[in-house]
Write a new protein. Structure first.
Length: 137
């Protein structure tokens, strides 16, 4: 966790995003789009990047209201989803998230925040699933 003088956590998020980008690049060598591991194994490898991105999310979740930071987080998640599905880069971000069965990063941040504040794990996952289902309608 990196702290800056303004306590806006932008430094932490920027360094975390940089670290996650390096991890995605390294994992891309392990899971090429043609051949390589199956989607279930790719999803496990993608969870490594999610763990990096969501570290201390209950603390900095309000900072993601800034469009630039959330856009960068979504970009990394989109790259991961493309790798999980072994698909083309031209697929839309929303569609690839559905195909990869990966919830949007903003909902995962909210889920971590809710769990930190006392919601049990099953209820948090159910809430995220319901929100995803509502957005798909």
């Amino acid at each position: 966790m990196w702290l800056d003088t303004k306590l806006n956590f932008a430094d932490h998020i920027n360094k975390t995003i940089t670290k996650a980008e390096k991890t995605v690049t390294a994992l891309a060598l392990v899971m090429p789009n043609v051949g390589g591991a199956r989607a279930s194994k790719r999803r496990v490898l993608a969870s490594v990047v999610h763990s990096q991105l969501l570290y201390a999310a209950p603390v900095w979740h309000k900072v993601t209201n800034g469009r630039n930071l959330m856009q960068r987080l979504r970009r990394i998640q989109r790259i991961m989803s493309i790798r999980v599905c072994s698909t083309y880069k031209t697929v839309s971000g929303d569609a690839i998230g559905v195909i990869a069965e990966i919830a949007p990063i903003d909902l995962l941040i909210q889920e971590r925040y809710d769990r930190y504040h006392g919601m049990d794990k099953k209820s948090g996952k159910d809430k995220t699933s319901q929100t995803v289902a509502r957005e798909m309608e």
